[in-house]
Design a protein around this ligand. Sequence first.
Ligand code: ACO
Length: 703
Amino acid sequence: MNSKGEIKRLFEPESVAVIGASGTPGKIGYSVVRNLKNGGYEGKIYPINPKADEILGFKSYSGIGKVDGPVDLTVITVPASLTLASVEEAVAKGTKYITIITSGFSEVGDYETEEKIVACANAGGARVLGPNIFGVFSAAGKCNSTFSANNIFPGNVAILTQSGALGIAMIGKTAAANIGLSVLASIGNKSDLDEADCLEYVIHDNNTKSILMYVEGIKDGIKFMETLKRATAVKPVVILKAGRSERGAMAAASHTGSLAGSDEIFDAVIKQCGAARAETLEEAFNWCNFAANTPPPKKDNYVIVTNGGGIGVMATDACEQYNIPMYDDQNKLQEAFSPMTPAFGSVKNPVDITGGATSKDYNLALEASAVTKEIDGVMALYCETATFDTENLTPMVRDTYKRHMELGKPIVYALVGGEAVSDSIRTLQKDKIPAFSDVMHAVSSLGVAYNYQHYLTRKNDSVDWAKIDTKAINSIIDTALAEGRSFLLASEGYSVMKTAGISIPENSIVTTPEKATEAAEKMGYPVVMKVVSRDILHKSDAGGVILGIKGKDEVAKAYDTIMANSKKYNPKAVIDGIEVTQMVSLGTEFIIGGRRDPAFGPVVMFGLGGVYVEVIKDVVFRALPLNRQEAGDMLTGIKSAKFLEGVRGQAPRDRNSIIDAIIKVATILNECPKITDIEINPIVVYEEGKGLKAVDARIMIEN
Ligand code: ACO
């Protein structure tokens, strides 16, 4: 149902009926008809109102059934109590899409009516957007079926928003920022169609050059990821998601009646899909506008040209934050920039042409960056100074921008100063020249576009799974479930690791002190001994774990101590034996895990492990499926990635064995649906070629 051809009629209908159309200015039913009319809609407009004969010059009908021709889109603006009946009439008429502006459904707890509306629409072959939306606009369809108070300026940025009010605000804000819109859709309660369906249209809309999504929560994460990946394959997507804080997430959930997924997972997923996440509306607008109107920064050598050392340093820091590679060929930089740089300036990147620079110096410097073929893009920074002839700022930027565009080189400007500079920025922005009042806005716009290109060049849709006898794992799980457990015993966790080929320390479960000694002698000292009992979950608390046992006598003593402690801790506990485990030699402790996210399904996790995991929480997530390249990106994605290079003279850690283990955990999660959580912590990783050892594997299960 959601193919391009079909969803197109929602955005580009040939005819629109408005049930609840009104001739009274100020009413929503009036605004929708007015906006259709004023927006230049060329299809048929059918106002539906039981009392009116004519609304805004259009013949009005007492019921949608009275309309002669077909109706592609029906917009509903009657009160909630009349909405279901209106939907029934619209469906009987054969409308394909119904947008419901009316509020008062699942967002205030009335799920029942909302479900009835969708059931009725779907049974009649119609799809519903909303309820609780402000409408839909498409430049291609010249169709503004929103109740916005302002005109929407057509352009090349698409906005899909879960919040209607924010969408309305965005109309004014984008107009003020000279951003034209190709599409604007309010998603509302997502009773039937959701953001992924609307994204489907935008993917194929030729007017759209970049996409901004405001999201509070995703219900169908798998569909969202799949669509988002296809979207980013063809155009940049910036996502503004509210609900990062716990309180914010709660507000979001109640706001739209949706489930706000865990923010860390959402963050990981959208990055995995190639979208950028903005923190503020301003960032989102800047990034989308820049990406829609500037040649893509595809290459790897960027220069900063500045007349102020301070803003040059700020821009350099921002380049590091956004991974923008700085051009560093000293000879070429010298050759290009020494003619206009005084001796007390700097021709090193950032190139500082100093506070004495005039517009002529800027013209020369930016001409040099334009014609130096080794330079792939420019961040031009300007601080208002006494020596710069301010009236020449706008022409200088215009001319140098034009030169860079002729040569296909991206350039951004950060112009810092007073009223005259602000005027200049406004004038330049009207012409779509990327001039910003803040260094961070300029650099981040270039950075986000650069990272998007980088994503496209590395994009690899292959999927890697491991070959594992998951039938054997599933039968361990079934046995545990049959015993009424929601977790696997440590010994069963080890069996799962063994079956998956994830190396574990040598171990053996014994039932006498003699057998314990025999096992310890065989595996070599030191060893660890632990009680094995399904009745004792927290073994350390029970005094059921002894580490660093170094000889025969210690083994026998440890055996007796553990038995005595465990019986004292829980006299009724059934003790299966004592596990003797080789103590793993020192390495770097990481954590590998996975869980099922309510929205995005199975996700894997990697991070710094051991006791630090709780405190530092330096972990990254990826949704399934994934490939070895993406698993490798997880390794470099943690803040403590330097540990992988080996610290204090250590050799680099065995990355391949970690990637193998991540893929294995992904495979287990995928093929063992009754596992809810896996946590291997610590997984001790040795130097390259020497592998790793999973010291502890906790696995939670559910029927
Ligand atoms: N068929 C067609 N028209 C009908 C019918 C019917 N069966 N019954 C009534 N009407 C007409 C009414 O006569 C009226 O027209 P009139 O002005 O000529 O009398 C028109 O439909 C509207 O009905 P009203 O009862 O006047 O309803 P009102 O316009 O006050 O409110 C509305 C309706 C706007 C849908 C309201 O119920 C509502 O939900 N408001 C919130 C909308 C909203 O904010 N949505 C979310 C947007 S996103 C955001 O967050 C901003």
